[in-house]
Design a protein around this ligand. Structure first.
Ligand code: 5GP
Length: 138
């Protein structure tokens, strides 16, 4: 399996497609998922391309995990969450739909029920508000 740079997250990283950005540094970018499974659902990607965890460079993974921790802490505070779930899919058989490595961050309160994966597109105004809430704690 090889990395195809013609994927939606590569275009977001290049600024060719807009996103509701939460965090960016030299190595990583974090932004809202357009089909959130819960309020505050966001994604962390490395700027360097890899399909998923299986073909990622370890140094790149270290940067991605550091950003994931930072954004997870902020998302929990922003949404008053009791916990946070990370999800990361590798290859189609495992549910991956965008083939550029990413970690899902899902801040959860007790009793929250997740919406389906890649279910319903959210309103962009709402996503912008949610990104702003998380940004307050970054
Ligand atoms: P995967 O199934 O690959 O783990 O997850 C891909 C995620 O990307 C899904 O949760 C989906 O809602 C999200 N997604 C798909 N297209 C876009 C897009 O154009 N922009 C953003 N921000 N998220 C996207």
């Amino acid at each position: 399996m090889i990395y195809d740079p013609n994927n939606i997250f590569a275009k977001i990283i290049l600024g060719e497609i807009p996103c509701h950005k939460i965090y960016e540094d030299e190595h990583t970018l974090a932004f809202m998922d357009v089909m959130p499974q819960v309020d505050g659902h966001c994604l962390v990607v490395p700027k360097v391309g890899s399909r998923n965890l299986l073909d990622s460079d370890l140094a790149v993974l270290a940067h991605v995990i550091a950003t994931t921790q930072k954004v997870a802490q902020a998302a929990m505070k922003a949404f008053g969450a009791d916990g946070v779930q990370l999800r990361q899919y590798n290859e189609q058989a495992a549910g991956q739909t965008v083939f550029h490595l990413h970690f899902h961050i899902l801040p959860l309160k007790e009793g929250d029920i997740l919406q389906p994966h890649t279910g319903k597109m959210a309103d962009h105004g709402v996503l912008a508000e949610h990104a702003n809430e998380i940004l307050k704690y970054i």
